[in-house]
Ligand binder design. Structure first.
Ligand SMILES: [Zn+2]
Length: 501
């Protein structure tokens, strides 16, 4: 009277294998779930029972105990319902013993017995494959996503009744949905952004290109209306494509967060997230009440987080960004469970120089207002930006700028150079070179070394600032296709890190 079914649950953005054991024993009717279930799992009885009955299957008239193993993992959401239903069927001899040997199952249930999609299917199927399941049965709407995982056979389930017939060999498995063609994800009715729309701003454009190439954090400061936001938003058009492993990783995160996926399911473009300054701290960095959810910094993993009007964000939000910027991950510990959300993003921000926005000699702000504004953008946060520069508006003579396509090609070539250079190291991009490895990985020839010394000795560049200039200089050399960093690269890099007024 025991049925055992393999399934999986989400912990943060990762899947964990779960074994669902259903025991039917003599006694008064009752339903008990043990093994750290959350409320949704504890309350699964009504739906599982209704789904079985409306599929002309039986619900036991005695005592049902559901044990979720391993006991130390919290089980969340409704995605274990299909496994519970199949466990009841196995335990009650409504399925032959062994019918689910080597098979993992995922799915929520409708009252009518329909098998409904689950969030995080990619992470869940990955967990099942790693735990040795050779076959996974998933809801039809999750089938394309599940098929992204290698080494596991995907079968689809549409309803409990149909699934039972397939498992008993009385019916053929429904065929998996077809992969939509690539053109389906390129809507032609909206104009895509392009750098060609941005007039002038040569200096800031150079900084944007370097940011895209080296994954450097970028801060643009200037009065409203000079085009800094317009420029920053177009970073998304020049970012390099995700590598295959990164694409799977990003898709897994967005799937687990319940974000919509493209029609072919795999996210191939780097994320570009732009939360508003009214976003809460948990919305930005993750957490929140109930099941901890990934925040914007995690949705921006392997891509960019764009914060417009940086000075409008509350200090609590800006403070909360410091740890993920430092660790490239978010750690959340709550009620004995510690979660790890990846957060390797590049920060791109725009800011007014002061509350009135004009800055400089025409500024109408009081000294108190300016000081308060500067305090918001704390020095430790400002220090994170490899690239930070004031933006002045285009000159009347400035024409349209270079289109995104050409810039994107240079960026992609520069990224490829970095990928080759760092093949034996745990990082990929110039922005991530640890300070201790700079001398070895970014050697400077005579003139470059002299320029570098001049910046430190005569211009008073701090150790951290000097390290940032050196990383950016390496990126500028990569964009030029140069093997060696020159003095021009060093001086240009220093110019792209002007102090914020
Ligand atoms: Zn002002």
């Amino acid at each position: 009277m025991l049925g055992s079914v393999r399934s999986a649950t989400l912990t943060g953005v990762d899947g964990q294998p779960v074994t669902v054991e259903v025991h039917i024993a003599a006694g008064l009717p009752g339903y008990h779930v043990v093994g750290l279930p959350d409320a949704a799992v504890r309350e699964s009885q009504a739906r599982v029972r209704a789904a079985l009955l409306s599929s002309e299957l039986e619900w036991p008239k005695t005592r049902v105990t559901v044990n979720l193993a391993p006991g130390g993992v919290r089980k969340t959401g409704a995605g274990l319902e299909l496994a519970v239903a199949l466990g009841v069927m196995l335990a009650g001899d409504q399925l032959p013993a062994g019918a689910l040997e080597g098979i993992g199952v995922l799915g929520e249930l409708g009252l009518d017995g329909a098998v409904r999609p689950v969030p995080g299917a990619l992470a869940l199927v990955d967990a099942l494959a790693r735990s040795g399941a050779g076959v996974v049965v998933v809801p039809e709407a999750n089938a394309i996503e599940a098929a992204l995982i290698d080494g596991v056979e995907v079968r689809t389930a549409r309803s409990l009744g149909e699934l039972r017939a397939c498992l008993k060999g009385e019916a053929d498995w429904p065929s998996c949905p077809e992969l939509p063609s690539e053109s389906d994800d390129h809507p032609t009715d909206e104009d895509p952004l392009d750098l060609a729309e941005v007039r002038g701003l040569a200096h800031a454009r150079r900084a944007l290109e370097a940011a895209a190439a080296g994954a450097h954090h970028l801060l643009l400061t200037g009065p409203p209306g000079v085009g800094k936001t317009m420029l920053a938003r177009r970073l998304a058009t020049i970012l390099p494509p995700l590598e295959a492993a990164e694409a799977l990783e990003v898709t897994r995160i967005h799937s687990a967060a319940g974000r919509p996926l493209p029609s072919r399911r795999l996210i191939e473009q780097r994320p570009f997230r732009a939360p508003h300054h009214t976003a809460s701290v948990p919305a930005l960095v993750g957490g929140g009440s109930g099941r901890p959810r990934p925040g914007e910094v995690t949705l921006a993993h392997r891509g960019a987080l764009f914060l417009d009007e940086l000075g409008e964000f509350p200090p609590s939000a800006l403070d909360a960004l410091r740890q993920p910027l430092e660790d490239r991950a978010v750690h959340i510990a709550r009620s004995g469970v510690s979660l790890h959300f990846p957060a390797d993003f590049q920060l791109v921000a725009c800011s007014n120089p002061c509350p009135c926005g004009r800055g400089g000699p025409t500024c109408a702000c009081s000294e108190v207002q300016r000081a308060r504004y500067r305090r918001r953008l704390s020095a430790p946060l400002l220090d994170r930006f490899d690239l930070r520069l004031p933006v002045r508006g285009p000159e009347p003579a400035d024409g349209p700028g270079e289109a995104s396509a050409g810039v994107r090609d240079r960026v992609a070539a520069a990224v490829e150079r970095q990928r080759c250079r760092y093949a034996d190291w745990p990082w990929r991009r110039n922005a991530h070179i640890p300070a201790g490895a700079l001398a070895r990985l970014v050697p400077l020839d005579g003139d470059a070394e002299e320029a570098w010394r001049w910046l430190i000795d005569d211009r008073g560049l701090t150790g951290r600032g000097a390290a940032r200039v050196r990383r950016v200089a390496r990126t500028l050399a990569d964009l030029d296709g140069a093997t060696v960093v020159s003095d021009a690269h060093v001086l240009s890099a220093a110019l792209l890190r002007d102090d914020v007024p």
